[in-house]
Write a protein of this length. Structure first.
Length: 313
């Protein structure tokens, strides 16, 4: 069995594909197995984002356009993020794939981001940007460094809010040693910035680097090991969220609450309304609005043709 370790350009085991799984679980190497319906929804997000990356690479996307990545996964919600759409601007994609980080991140790596975010190794609050997270994922950059994904939370898009993917890069230090760049993660833990950890995955990451993570020598009430959310909390939250699901296809990975009122059905109805002849609201924007106002009835929306936006009467 392939371990949780970072391996070349292969698909990350951040959220393992298992068509027969009926409940969430974590394997001994830290891989997350999603319920079958949740896995299918994650595949849909992967596929949709992958197609956008292909369009970007071929020059089909305009500058300063916002691209949907996925819905914020539950692991990031456990770290304090709201379950909003995650978007990335095409100007940011240019920086990642054609500019500053092109020597580290490939289009194939970018396609793997939705699955990697679903089961991150660790999540930190940013020490330099208020209201941001730094997500350590189970991917390796071309220079061998561990990939991190900074997210700016609750960004206003005018008619809706998102968690914005502000970069993707390998955590390396210019002129620094391999040990120094890996030590950065431990320093963030010691500084009190750790919000979530897949402890099994983190231990496997740390072992070949000969790094001792704080929870290995401090246990009990009030310790770091006791105070942060981990993969056990993630599995429990996923199973609790899906315990009332009757059909496997209704399972999901995004949030910690059951889909009261059938949020997916509402999203579909809003998408259908947005795609009617004469409507100018893009389907991606409709998805984002549905996630933002998931608790409101679909009939509560009116579509504004001139502005291409939605309003609540």
């Amino acid at each position: 069995m392939e371990s949780y370790r970072q391996t070349g350009e292969a698909r990350p085991r951040g959220a393992e594909e298992d068509a027969g799984t009926q409940s969430a679980s974590v394997t001994g190497d830290g891989a997350l197995r999603l319920p079958v319906g949740a896995e299918e929804k994650l595949k849909e997000d992967e596929g949709a984002f992958g197609r956008q990356i292909d369009k970007f690479a071929s020059g089909e996307l305009s500058r300063n356009a916002n691209v949907r990545v996925m819905t914020t996964p539950l692991a990031l919600k456990l770290a304090g993020a709201e379950a909003l759409p995650i978007e990335v601007n095409t100007d940011t994609l240019s920086k990642i794939l054609k500019g500053k980080h092109a020597d580290q991140i490939t289009p194939e790596r970018m396609r793997q981001i939705p699955r990697a975010l679903t089961n991150p190794i660790m999540v930190f609050k940013s020490a330099t940007r208020e209201g941001s997270l730094v997500v350590m994922v189970n991917l390796t950059a071309k220079d061998g460094s561990t990939v991190v994904v900074p997210l700016a939370l609750n960004k206003d898009r005018g008619t809706y809010r998102v968690n914005e993917l502000s970069s993707v890069y390998g955590k390396s230090l210019e002129g620094g040693s391999v040990a120094a760049r890996d030590r950065w993660f431990v320093d963030q833990m010691n500084a009190g910035n750790l919000l979530y950890a897949n402890k099994k995955g983190a231990d496997l990451w740390a072992a070949p680097r000969r790094l001792q993570l704080p929870w290995t020598h401090a246990t009990g009430k009030g310790s770091l090991a006791d105070s942060i959310k981990d993969e056990t909390d993630l599995v429990n939250a996923l199973n609790e969220a899906n315990e009332n699901i009757v059909k496997p296809t209704e399972a999901y990975y995004q949030t910690g609450e059951p889909p009261a009122g059938d949020g997916d059905a509402k999203r579909g109805a809003i998408r259908k309304a947005a795609e009617e002849p004469g409507r100018e609201l893009a389907p991606r924007e409709a998805d984002a609005l549905a996630a933002e106002w998931d608790g409101r009835a679909t009939r509560g929306f009116t579509w504004t043709r001139m502005s291409g936006s939605a309003a609540i009467p």
